[in-house]
Write a protein that binds this ligand. Structure first.
Ligand code: GAP
Length: 443
């Protein structure tokens, strides 16, 4: 009997993430700091794999997108022009008694959920982090940690267009950190204060924006389901009401996922119009218009922006892949398995010597490990019996386990066990590298 959990609890996900070295509370030995997390040995691999998959689909496989990596700290003039200093604010209420602060839109009524005291009036709180550049912390040295990667792209539009001679329609992609001093954080890594974004700013001719908006909505849905392997029934698209739109947006669609705590945003696709480029033309005095040498037209391009968070992608990938299964009749015949797409798995293969005290078996296993390791991440596991090793690898999503046993010494074959089917097949050692490369496809 196989028992699959349809919706897993957030406690189980965060416990697994901690236990197996995916995610730790930040600065934990000093009591931690809210809304900040550190990614452990397996977490950094999974994060890098998500980002690589996005970069490959968005940049490397396309002719019309190039990449950028802009600075995280930017001068105030950028955010005055972009409207963030004026508009990047959330409504905040503070309890008059205990001084706890809440997002006003999370609270019903005027009573503090923490102490029952009376809440004050709502006021707007700017969620951008400030810092100072250089040794003097005065207003002249004020700078902001960017709240989205997009502004780094807009201020480089002219640089990139002129140095690459890209013709519209074309896009500039960025993956990088963004910072928001969120009033409240929570749901594990869902709402945090330091996070990474995978953002594409796709520049189009005014009037072509509706068509490209539809194109990118479809392409992003394809990526989540086909490339990342998210189950389509757990994803939906919700169009923003007029009142929800950001200050720069003409239309926005949220991609929502059915998280353990309900349907919430994973990615937004927005039609930012010519708002940002025009704002930076006005703010900087520079000409950021585009001249189309084929139609002899000059215009300020419109922008379609698919913007996803890496941490939310991480949470979605683990939640969607997590299952607990009964593998046999006995109570102990249970396993937790992460059915990750092989491209996303931290380790692609684990190699086991059946026993640790037989040098011929250990040497043969070591040699396989050394052959595979230059090509993709491989785990070595010689602790406990084979059943325990399978359980450990299942729990971190390793797609294949190779066991070197007594038969290997006789006929040069090994057992390859598949994570999802638990089927075991024997293969000659010299064929292993090609076999796994074939099963994995491009990484
Ligand atoms: N440039 C457009 C932009 O930043 P957004 O909807 O505010 O739009 C895009 O953010 C994505 O970034 C979100 O869909 C989410 O995945 C991620 N994100 C935003 N704020 C976040 C936070 N506090 N914690 C984790 N991820 C966040």
């Amino acid at each position: 009997m196989v028992l699959e959990q349809e919706v897993v609890s957030l406690d189980k996900i965060s416990a697994l993430a901690k236990r197996r070295g995916f995610v730790y509370g930040s600065s934990e030995i000093y009591g931690g700091i809210s809304g900040l997390w550190d990614y452990g040995p397996l977490g950094v691999e999974l994060k890098n794999n998500i980002k690589r998959l996005w970069w490959r689909a968005t940049v490397h496989l396309r002719e019309d997108v190039v990449g950028l990596d802009a600075a995280l700290i930017m001068p105030p003039a950028v955010f005055v022009a972009s409207g963030h200093v004026e508009n990047f604010k959330d409504p905040l209420v503070e309890c008059r008694a205990c001084k706890h602060r809440f997002r006003a839109d999370d609270i019903e009524g005027s009573i503090c959920p923490n102490c029952g005291g009376k809440l004050g009036e709502a006021r707007r709180f700017n969620t951008m982090f400030q810092t100072h550049v250089g040794p003097v912390a005065d207003d002249a040295a004020l700078a902001y940690l960017r709240p989205e990667t997009a502004q780094g792209t807009f201020v480089n539009f002219k640089n990139v267009q002129q140095t690459t001679a890209m013709r519209i329609p074309f896009g500039i992609a960025q993956i990088g950190k963004s910072f928001r001093n969120e009033i409240t954080t929570g749901n594990f890594i869902f709402r945090v204060r330091e996070f990474e974004q995978m953002e594409l700013e796709f520049f189009v001719r005014p009037g072509d924006d509706d068509r490209w908006f539809d194109f990118w909505r479809n392409e992003r849905m394809r990526w989540w389901t086909d490339d990342v392997g998210i189950r389509p029934q757990n994803l939906r698209i919700r169009d923003h009401e007029e009142s929800e739109l950001s200050h720069y947006s003409k239309q926005t669609s949220d991609f929502e996922y059915n998280y353990p705590f309900g349907w919430k945003e994973l990615e937004g696709v927005a039609d930012r119009t010519d708002f940002d480029l025009k704002a930076h033309i006005a703010g900087s005095g520079q000409d950021l218009s585009y001249f189309d040498d084929q139609t002899q037209e000059r215009y300020v391009p419109y922008v379609i922006e698919p913007a996803a968070g890496v941490e939310r992608a991480f949470l979605v990938v683990i939640s969607d892949a997590y299952s607990e299964e009964q593998t046999g009749p006995k109570e102990g015949d249970r396993r937790t398995v992460l059915r990750l797409k092989p491209q996303l798995a931290p380790f692609k293969v684990a190699v086991f010597p059946l026993v640790r005290n037989k040098p011929d078996i250990v040497d043969a296993a070591r040699s396989i490990y050394a052959t595979l390791k230059p090509h993709f991440p491989v785990a070595w596991d010689d602790i406990g019996n084979t059943g325990k090793r399978y359980r450990r690898q299942d729990e971190i999503g390793t797609p294949w386990c190779v066991t070197v046993d007594y038969q290997t010494l006789e006929d040069g074959t090994v057992t390859v066990r598949d994570r999802d089917t638990m089927q075991q097949t024997r293969h000659p050692v010299p064929e292993l590298l090609d076999l796994f490369r074939d099963w994995l496809g491009p990484l």
